[in-house]
Design a protein around this ligand. Sequence first.
Ligand SMILES: NC(=O)c1ccc[n+]([C@@H]2O[C@H](COP(=O)([O-])OP(=O)(O)OC[C@H]3O[C@@H](n4cnc5c(N)ncnc54)[C@H](O)[C@@H]3O)[C@@H](O)[C@H]2O)c1
Length: 338
Amino acid sequence: MASIRLGVVGLGLGQWMVETVHKIEGAHVVAAAENMPARLDGMGGSKAYEKKNDLRLYEDADQMMDNESLDAIALAVMPKHRRALIESAGKRGIPMLIEKPWAGTVESGRELIELCNGFDVPCQVEFPIRCMPAMVRLRELMNGDLGNGWMANANLMMGWCPLPGAKHWDPDNHNGLLNECYVHLFDTLAFLLGKPKSVFSFGGSFRGSPMPDAASAVVEFESGASASLTCGGIGAACADGGHLLDIWTEKGLARITGTQWLPDTVEWGLREAKESTVETFQAPGRRTLMEYNMRAFFDAVQNGDPVAATPEDGLIATAIAMAIQESIITGNRVAVDC
Ligand SMILES: NC(=O)c1ccc[n+]([C@@H]2O[C@H](COP(=O)([O-])OP(=O)(O)OC[C@H]3O[C@@H](n4cnc5c(N)ncnc54)[C@H](O)[C@@H]3O)[C@@H](O)[C@H]2O)c1
């Protein structure tokens, strides 16, 4: 089958996507759009970037969609800039890979789902962790020998915390760090435990942020399962990472470890077993962490496979973030509105 011709909009995180696609056979980035091309100056400018990556660069994303025969597009822009791009790509019938977080609020997330559902094209949200081989293996084990999840204990912390004036705190944009970053963790839990029901959380603005920058929460799921978690921007970059998840299931337990964001090991055991089993997998690179998620998206585009994470999955993760934020602020248990 012909190689997928991808267009990328936004060359912040989008640069990582361009690098990632170099690793994937059967797909190439033919063009990218960046309306602030000056951000490429540090890399020798637009011309040098085009040459190095063998792509055509545009300032206007619509012009890119009109001039190029794209099989798919990746929208690597902040939530605030997505709606118009989704409309443009959808009207042209171009399948979309859309960055997380799905939206800044539950309400705007619902509106975007409605918009996407009006187009007959695959729309996948970028949630790399659920697509990584170690996590795919855990899901497979839970569909089989280990059975359904009962309780989980999860952690994802980073030393990085945006400064108080950063756009990540803008309610019309990411609407806080918990939604910006830690939807990765919330999605992972929903991927394993199903639909969330309510949240109780402590936390605070430890680093002087305008909104909570770290949380210690318990999430209740409709299945009766629950997960306790810690997440936020109070880590230390020099020592972040290691632990991602322990999960206890009907038949035993599993533990996922590896470098932060890049889990590569599943240790698991049945309740009556004498020894656990340790399985290791290939983790993606830090700047190519979306490799498996992009592979799944290309399979959806090329073969009609279901997308790896739907807009509804995106909304669930954002709804958990909003409920955690509200619970920290109000001190109440909060229903997850998704
Ligand atoms: N998947 C991941 O692991 C991961 C990691 C980091 C960031 N992200 C997400 O990726 C998204 C983008 O983050 P970022 O840090 O790259 O943001 P950014 O603002 O630094 O970069 C986005 C770029 O897109 C450009 N842009 C916006 N609208 C455009 C348009 N219509 N046409 C052309 N260019 C346009 C902006 O000028 C900007 O340069 C965010 O939602 C962020 O949360 C995901």
